[in-house]
Design a binder for this molecule. Structure first.
Ligand code: ZN
Length: 353
């Protein structure tokens, strides 16, 4: 068993009844953890089904008649992809339990009214739901190997990923408070897993694969407490933002607006598929950028881009152009970026957590 104490850096949104963030829902946390695990597994050459299609199903007979010598391959033979082996599927229960043990989070603002950030020249803008901020404990239970996997996954999510729903709107940046007290997963964990996962022929799918991702972290030291009030579109919401602006500032809309509407080149690909749209098909945007939050004496913004279906190099170059960040936010900052593109590079990246 492991208790992981987590502090939110940006609001956490795990879904709720009638659009209200009444409490933290484990299902919302699990959904995001599974999503990132799938992307890691695919990146390391493993198999990950599309959970929305429910393709995996454990068949006892096939397990019993499998001639494979290791359990992992036997489970594959029995109909489970590498993700379902840990997260469960029809006929196969999840290998770990996860529970929110001490939920001390509170809504960032009262009421269920979304915050509407409308950058200059946008008619509609972005609607941000009231997520929850504060500390909570995640209690993990299960066998040693599964717990180690989940800890490694949580560490990745803390450093470069996100927890909960709507990461595209900047939700779900978190910090683990007690990492030093936790029995850490072995350093070779991903490398060993990758060796097993790549034992059969792979096909590249159109699903998220970490070898198609870039990650970035921007930090800056603002010269005044009201640095955010100069960002385009914040005049209208200053009264709503001010009460929590020392904790976190919703900068994601301003950055996305700059990238999508001021710097995007048509030749790079379909901007609606890349940036998302709220039409009936509700395509999820491929860029995740957090709100800004103070950390270790600086302010920080982190995020990632799934660079599939576009001219990846050009898009990436725009996203990591620090001048756009500085200009949009009215501060001067530094950008740290990582873009692993092979299994080896991804392993090196994952081993640095
Ligand atoms: Zn599966």
């Amino acid at each position: 068993m492991a208790d992981i104490r987590i502090k939110t850096l940006t609001p956490l949104w795990t879904g709720g009844v009638d659009g209200k963030a009444d409490r933290l829902h484990e299902t919302g946390l699990l959904g995001s953890l599974r999503w990132w695990y799938e992307a890691i597994v695919r990146g390391l050459g493993g198999t990950a089904c599309d959970p929305s299609k429910g393709e995996c199903r454990f068949e006892r007979e096939k397990f019993d008649t499998s001639t494979a010598t290791d359990d992992h391959q036997r489970l594959r033979d029995a109909g489970l992809c590498d993700v379902c082996q840990l997260f469960g599927a029809t006929g196969w229960r999840r290998r770990f339990r996860i529970a929110v043990a001490r939920d001390q989070t509170v809504p960032l603002w009262q009421g269920d009214q979304p915050l509407n950030i409308r950058p200059p020249r946008r008619n509609r803008g972005w609607f941000l739901p009231p997520g929850r901020m504060g500390e909570f404990t995640l209690r993990l239970d299960g066998d040693g190997e599964s717990i180690a996997r989940m800890l490694a996954l949580l560490r990745f999510v803390e450093r470069w990923g996100s927890l909960g729903a709507t990461p595209q709107l900047g939700y779900g940046a978190v910090e683990i408070q007690n990492w030093d007290e936790i029995e850490k997963p072995p350093r070779e964990l991903w490398r060993e897993a990758a060796q097993r996962w790549t034992c059969s022929a792979q096909t590249r799918t159109t699903m998220p694969n970490l070898c198609d991702f870039g990650f970035f972290r921007y930090w800056f030291r603002p010269d005044s407490a009201a640095w955010w009030s100069r960002i385009g579109g914040f005049e209208r919401v200053a009264i709503q933002v001010r009460p929590f602006a020392t904790q976190t500032v919703p900068v994601a809309p301003a950055l996305k607006n700059a990238w999508r509407f001021q710097h995007w080149q048509r030749a790079w690909g379909n901007d609606q598929l890349f940036w998302g749209r709220v039409a009936a098909d509700r395509i999820r945007g491929k860029v995740t950028v957090s709100w800004a939050y103070p950390r270790n004496g600086k302010w920080e913004i982190c995020g990632s881009a799934w660079l599939a279906g576009v001219q990846a190099d050009s898009v990436w170059k725009m996203l990591i152009n620090v001048d756009i960040w500085n200009e949009t936010l009215g501060v001067r900052g530094t950008l740290e970026t990582v873009r692993p593109q092979t299994i080896d590079e991804l392993l090196t990246f994952l081993e640095r957590m």
